[in-house]
Design a protein around this ligand. Structure first.
Ligand SMILES: [Zn+2]
Length: 325
């Protein structure tokens, strides 16, 4: 209700009512409606943006969604840590384990490859938080695949390690006669004068002088492929196949302690020193074969000799003396 206003009329000396103009009246009405509309609209906006408008159930769901989002964030932080640890394991795998066992490193593209082809995350699309959920799912999938590849690689390394262990056990690595039972290392591998003809002749093994009956030990793991007297010159002799192309031969024995096809371990007693065959005096003639070639046995005693003993043996073995054959 607008107030009634008066003005003083000096002509009539009386107060007269001011009649509002029609236009002004309409303007006031318009202003009132406009102001109501604006305030109403603002009020509604405020209501919509506060919890007053939501039911308790909606409120609790909204809180739950917020909680999920927070948890996803935490999970992603943990995934990041897992990725770092895994990257470290992969690095060691490629640069230490696989390198040591001479296996090719696994390239990073192969380790970190995602999944091509069909969209595996279609069902996760179309939600407010789809981006976050799909990113997390992808991350987990890649980690899972990385772990499978890593696990397979370690299986391979384990197999290689077992093979290497077998190889190391098989390679002839000890002196076939114990140092304390050895009279002397009589003759090495190389050109020596023949004890019978006195001619210069290649001596394909090493001669260890020891009394008749001194124990002889297998220098590596393997299988006895011969224990007989049917090879001219060697007398009673034993041949052990070690695999990986290695074979050792022990000649001029007085007695055997093994039979053909018997499996032996490094250090097993296989026979006794004698002087059978083409031999001048009781001694063990020892040969190391690699891929059907006789090689110098001197390079295979690292398993049993001290540096000093090895030095000594080297001195004797390199003397160009007469072999015992
Ligand atoms: Zn010899």
């Amino acid at each position: 209700m607008s107030k009634v206003k008066y003005y003083y009329d000096p002509d009539t000396l009386s107060y007269r009512k001011i009649e509002p103009k029609k236009s002004r009246k309409y303007r006031n009405i318009f202003l009132f409606i406009a102001a109501s509309a604006i305030f109403g609209f603002l009020g509604l906006m405020i209501l919509l943006n506060t919890d007053l408008f939501n039911t308790p159930r909606e409120l609790s769901l909204a809180r739950e969604v917020k909680n999920y989002e927070l948890q996803f964030e935490l999970i992603n932080r943990k995934l990041e840590q897992m990725e770092q640890v895994l990257a470290n394991i992969e690095d060691r795998d490629n640069n230490i384990y696989r390198l040591y066992f001479e296996a090719n490193p696994i390239p990073p593209e192969q380790r970190r490859a995602g999944f091509g082809g069909v969209n595996r995350y279609k069902s996760l699309e179309g939600f407010n938080n789809s981006e976050m959920i799909i990113a997390t799912a992808k991350r987990v999938d890649i980690i899972q695949k990385q772990m499978a590849i890593q696990s397979k690689s370690l299986d391979e390394v384990t197999k290689l390690a077992a093979e290497k262990e077998k190889l190391l056990a098989a390679i002839p690595a000890i002196q076939p006669i114990r140092n304390e039972e050895l009279t002397r290392m009589a003759s090495g591998y190389g050109w020596r004068s023949d004890p019978f003809t006195k001619a210069r002749k290649m001596h394909w093994g090493m001669d260890f002088t020891a009394p008749k009956g001194t124990p002889i030990y297998a220098s590596g793991d393997g299988k006895v492929i011969r224990a007989d007297n049917n090879s001219s010159g060697y007398g009673k002799h034993i041949r052990i196949d070690h695999g990986y192309g290695y074979m050792t031969l022990y000649g001029h024995l007085s007695r055997y302690n093994v039979k053909k096809w018997q499996r032996v371990k490094r250090g097993d007693l296989i026979g006794f020193v004698g002087s059978t065959g083409r031999s001048e005096a009781p001694h063990l003639h020892y040969e190391v074969w690699k891929d059907d070639e006789r090689i110098n046995p001197i390079n295979f005693y690292y398993g049993s000799l001290t540096a000093e003993e090895f030095e000594n043996m080297l001195k004797f073995a390199n003397q160009e003396n007469q072999s015992l054959d």
